[in-house]
Write a protein that binds this ligand. Sequence first.
Ligand code: SF4
Length: 444
Amino acid sequence: MSKIGVVSLGCAKNLVDTEIVLGYLVKAGHEIVSDPLMAEVIIVNTCGFIEDAKEESINAILEMASMKEVGLCKSLIVMGCLSQRYREELWEEIPEIDGLVGTNELDLINQLIEEVGQGERVQKHRDGFFDYNQVHTRLFTTGSHFAYLKVAEGCNHRCAFCVIPLIRGKFRSRRPEFIIEEAQALLEKGVQEIAVIAQDTTAYGRDLGTSVVELLSELAKLRPQPWIRLLYTYPTSISDELLELIRETPNLVKYVDLPLQHVSGSVLRKMKRPGDYQSTVELIEKIRVEIPGVTIRSSFIVGFPGETEEDFQALLRFLETMRLNHVGIFKYSQEENSSAFDLEDQIPEEVKEARYQEAMALQQRISLQLNQELVGQELEVLLEFPSEESDLVLIGRHQGQAPDVDGVVYVGRGDLQLGQRVKVRITEAHPYDLVGEVVDHESA
Ligand code: SF4
């Protein structure tokens, strides 16, 4: 049995794959180590979504390859979206890679490690998809109080900039019984928050004759206490029933994650996405009316081919007037095999960068103002991690902060325990993070 180190890159959906693989490794008796210098086998789970992510993945592969010279590492294994997308290129151009799997061969990891251990250079390839319809023994990397729950894989949309459907295949829901069983196991372990994820969570169940509304109702009924958060929704799939369910169900977090990508009708049409400025404004207004106090997160792409100054100004106007709580801005990345790759009117890098900086600066100002409005309020906060900077500080999140992507709340440690939900009075606001003092230890 080997000591194995794992580097996980990319999004929450990829992280779940890492946790599934870690589960297989532990089941086979391997030991997981956090220091790559101590690992005999290093696995890099890569992301291949956009240029920056690909670069980060390649750098991580090369950095881990260098461990073969300085550490205990004998074998380097690469998995994930990048290896699914650029299998042959990686294999030929990085000879330090000893083993490779794509996104469909997660269950073959132990076999791969064994074969690589015999001195072979091995790739595993399967034509079909990995079967998510099982209850995985995942090894959680998100602490003991929070976990992601992947409810589907793949995507049936064809957004022009996106290669996810090529990498991950068509949308396919996991069967509800496996999801519920997995959620039940999480709750038994004491998890205080479950984030429901997929490429498009609002499409859940269409292929099985059920729906995300039914699934969320079932999940919410399991236990009254833990927060359940829905991430990655699709604008035209936000139904009245879904909004009503979130409003009426106490443990469904009043948080809507709605990646909009743009608001200009002409850019959205070129992106092969629905809607225009007016319909997007109406959707945000409707969500706010239906779920009072809701927190809204979105993400936008600047510099998509053909985006005019007028389109960009429309995006800024939208951000300024709609004042979303959390916004991610991305520069368009021209991806081979995406349908936008060959579009004319590609935007020069310096224009993309300038638009990115302008949109980011605007949103930072808005996020700071919105956070300042929270000063003096008392919010329920889930305490998750000790601060790395000081033993006297704990890090938590209130319901309006999703893990990994939004800010956090810092509070004094006192005699508080991780996993506790406490009432915190907010005392200080920053563009992303908040600082507060605990006013009630028995909040939740
Ligand atoms: S909804 Fe669009 S952007 Fe999201 S994964 Fe599907 S194709 Fe990609």
